[in-house]
Design a protein around this ligand. Structure first.
Ligand code: AMP
Ligand code: GLY
Length: 426
């Protein structure tokens, strides 16, 4: 098969790495890709916003499958437009991608189909949003309705903070994405990322992970896209997985079909495991980054076989095998991230670290004058497997320490919750 992969981050490098191991793969193209992906795929420059140009490329290169990494193109309807040209695409339609593209849409779906989530209100103007906040009280959560690159959520511990967040939204801090807001109840518990591979009718559990959103050790400092992850998430026991499927994912699949927008692709449920059980925080309609990196390290089956089955509506007949090993990834970021990262510093020593159970996925890298340089906020994902999360953590940090990049930094405590549990259980 000829495959076109869209995207440029560590998530896409991990997908490329796993697809490259498939005997089904003939040629892999990636756009725009990155230098790590460039070792596995031919990198091509396409304007991903120009769906006809992408379709024309697919016809010219006889692409059998397009795999869409990030949410932006999905929410913009690239899957629908490519399908209209007869091109097979892994990823949801525009109507199904509303699960990520509009938080209000998802909340209304939850209300209609009885899916457990935080109590909420949807507002299109400042005065009524403020009145609701006043009535419910703090702590309370304010969310811009649309895509805001992970920056549209404020956990307000006081009414003043809540009102400031509402004002920022309605004053245009997130552009059109903030023209409407969701205000919701503050949930407490342990968070987990839960993935399902979906074909419109069937959803198959596709692994669990825990992300680390704050930039600093001990979960301090500003939010980021994710500073590291591990899989599996110990809080997702078989019972919790079964409840999540029954109470959250299956009603979502039925609801989306009923609304005429059956969901096919990766459904990524951000969950809060509360005292009363799993509650949906939000949906994403794609793999998580960096969660994908740890899932790909543990997936035993051929990724292309699974993606094809999802595209062809064949998941009811499939099962998915995972390694018993734990996997952990440490994000190395450029100084300044998540504010303004410094670009251009030289990274050395990557070739010395990959080996048995260790992979370095590229995110924001570039090649400049033959040298590998930092070219973004999150730059490298140093990923390892081990019998336990503790062992994977030790291997990942040993690899981090061999990378020669003084301008980079990482959290030193990725996996702390799981490692503490393992120690307590030992
Ligand atoms: P989101 O962008 O929706 O994933 O939200 C970012 C982060 O905000 C989540 O990972 C949670 O840590 C936190 N969060 C979002 N909604 C809530 C909520 N209702 N209660 C508590 N924390 C929340
Ligand atoms: N790591 C969280 C996300 O991909 O949205």
């Amino acid at each position: 098969m000829n495959v076109l992969l869209l995207g440029s981050g560590g998530r896409e490098h991990a997908l490329a790495w796993k697809m490259a191991a498939s005997p089904l793969l003939t040629r892999l193209y990636a756009s725009p890709g990155n230098p790590g992906i460039g070792k596995l795929a031919e990198l091509v420059k396409l304007d991903v916003a120009d769906h006809s140009a992408v379709a024309a490329f697919c016809q010219e290169k006889k692409i059998d499958l397009v795999v869409v990494g990030p949410e932006g193109p999905l929410v913009a309807g690239i899957a629908d437009d490519l399908r209209a040209w007869g091109i097979r695409v892994f990823g949801p339609s525009k109507a199904a991608a509303r699960l990520e593209g509009s938080k209000g849409f998802t909340k209304d779906l939850c209300a209609r189909f009885n899916i457990p989530t935080a109590a909420y209100g949807r507002f299109g103007d400042l005065a009524s949003a403020k009145a609701y906040v006043e009535k419910v009280g703090a702590p309370i959560v304010i969310k811009a309705d649309g895509l805001a690159a992970g920056k549209g959520v404020t956990i307000a511990m006081t009414l003043d903070e809540a009102n400031a967040a509402l004002e920022a939204c309605f004053e245009g801090a997130f552009g059109a994405a903030g023209a409407e807001v969701v205000v919701e109840e503050f949930l407490t518990g342990e968070e987990a990322s839960f993935f399902c591979l979906c074909d419109g009718a069937t959803a198959l559990p596709f692994g669990t992970a825990q992300d680390h959103k704050r930039v600093g050790d001990g979960d301090t400092g500003p939010n980021t896209g994710g500073m590291g992850a591990y899989s599996p998430a110990p809080v997702m026991t078989p019972e919790m997985t079964e409840r999540t499927m029954r109470e959250i994912v299956e009603p979502t699949m039925r609801g989306m079909a009923e609304l005429g927008a059956p969901f096919a692709g990766i459904l990524f449920a951000g969950l809060m495991i509360t005292e009363s059980g799993p509650k949906l925080i939000e949906y994403n309609t794609r793999f998580g980054d960096p969660e994908c990196q740890v899932l790909m390290m543990r997936l035993k089956d051929d990724l292309l076989v699974l993606l094809n089955a999802a595209v062809d509506g064949q998941l009811a007949h499939m099962s998915i095998r995972w390694s018993d090993a734990a996997a952990l990834t440490v994000v190395m970021a450029a100084r300044g991230y998540p504010g303004t990262p410094e670009k251009g510093s030289v990274i050395r020593g990557l070739d010395t670290v990959e080996g048995e159970g260790v992979q370095v996925f590229h995110a924001g890298t570039a090649v400049n004058g033959g040298a590998l340089v930092a070219n973004g906020g999150r730059v490298l994902n140093v990923t390892a497997t081990g019998k336990t999360v503790g062992e994977a953590q030790a291997k990942a940090y040993a690899a981090v320490d061999r990378i020669d990049w003084p301008q980079g930094f990482c959290r030193r405590d990725i996996g702390w919750q799981a490692v503490a549990r393992e120690k307590a259980g030992a």
